[in-house]
Design a protein. Structure first.
Length: 327
């Protein structure tokens, strides 16, 4: 009897600890001074940046010449990618799905993962990996491997995960991660549970940061929760945007911290100065910075030495920003 009592208590404690969120105290942010770099290429809606040791790609969210390729020194090289009905055109690009590995750049376009081979002067379509499923839209998709990817559903139900997983081998969609119990207002307004995902393939980790609550989770590739965190703030408000953008390397997770409403950001765009939170993959907040510009998107090179960013300023159509990251 004593053995079973001890076992029950141990399991109960383990269950409680796995659901417990670790409170994180925000740090006093250090200034992060971005340096402007002029480019001959006009970027009217630069909503996503991705970088590796060979290229920096800026996604200009328009219908023609969407992908703008730069050297690591931010010298403009070329552009490619159009929305249209032609055999080589794209249909509906999911910007969160972008991957850049060596000379290969891939993305989810509607129901296919499309891969391009990047060269010095042009990009050539390489192959397509088709999705066979009744699901029509895969929101914020991120590949775990060539065999599977995760994405966010457009609606939420009781006892269902807020991340789904697609398997290319059998075409099945399954829950990924822990089950949730959404509030009635979260079922009626699914955006309240919206999140952003980042994947660390080498260490098989997934980071999920919620946009309308200051919380995050870290999973392994089997969907097991490894860490839950919550930034400690005086009062939460689901109208506020907390985590807006995420970018990760093998060692760190970089997250854009806004803590404001979208209306307030757009109304005071010239004064908008978001912060950057830097976590390790254990969920520890290591550093916090404050930008000197209204950053909308950013990327960090794999060696974690340089950040490239784009700005919300309407006057910055010919401008990129960069900074050497403190080590």
């Amino acid at each position: 009897m004593k053995f079973y009592t001890i076992l029950f208590v141990t399991l109960a404690l383990f269950s409680c600890s796995s659901n417990q969120k670790n409170e994180i105290e925000p740090k006093s942010p250090s200034p992060l001074i971005m340096e402007s770099v002029e480019t001959p290429k006009e970027l009217f809606r630069p909503s996503k940046v991705i970088a590796n040791e060979k290229y920096v790609i800026v996604f200009n969210n328009v219908h023609e010449q969407m992908f703008n390729v730069f050297s690591p020194e931010l010298k403009y090289l070329y552009s490619f990618g159009n929305i249209g009905q032609g055999p080589n055109d794209l249909n509906m690009v999911i910007q969160e799905s972008f991957e850049l590995e060596g000379n290969e750049f891939s993305m989810l376009d509607m129901r296919s993962f499309v891969t391009y081979q990047l060269g010095d002067t042009t990009a050539v379509g390489k192959d397509k990996q088709h999705i066979i499923s009744e699901e029509s839209v895969f929101n914020k998709a991120k590949k775990l491997s060539n065999d599977s990817f995760i994405f966010l559903p457009y609606s939420y139900k009781e006892n269902q995960s807020d991340i789904h997983k697609y398997d290319f081998k059998d075409g099945k969609i399954t829950d990924f991660g822990e089950k949730i119990s959404p509030k009635p207002e979260e079922i009626q307004e699914p955006y309240l549970l919206s999140s952003i995902l980042s994947v660390n393939k080498n260490n098989q980790r997934v980071a999920q940061f919620y946009q309308h609550k200051p919380e995050f989770k870290i999973y392994d590739f089997q969907g097991k929760v490894l860490h839950k965190g919550a930034v400690s703030i005086e009062q939460t408000d689901d109208k506020r945007l907390y985590f807006a953008e995420v970018y990760s390397t093998e060692s760190f997770i970089y997250v854009l911290w806004v803590n404001s409403t979208k209306e307030n950001v757009m109304k005071h765009m010239d004064k908008f100065r978001p912060e950057l939170m830097v976590f390790d993959w254990e969920g520890n907040l290591l550093e916090q910075f404050k930008f000197n510009i209204p950053v909308i998107s950013f990327a960090v090179t794999p060696d974690e030495k340089m950040m490239v960013a784009t700005s919300l300023k309407e006057t910055d159509v010919n401008t990129l920003y960069k900074v050497k990251l403190p080590r």
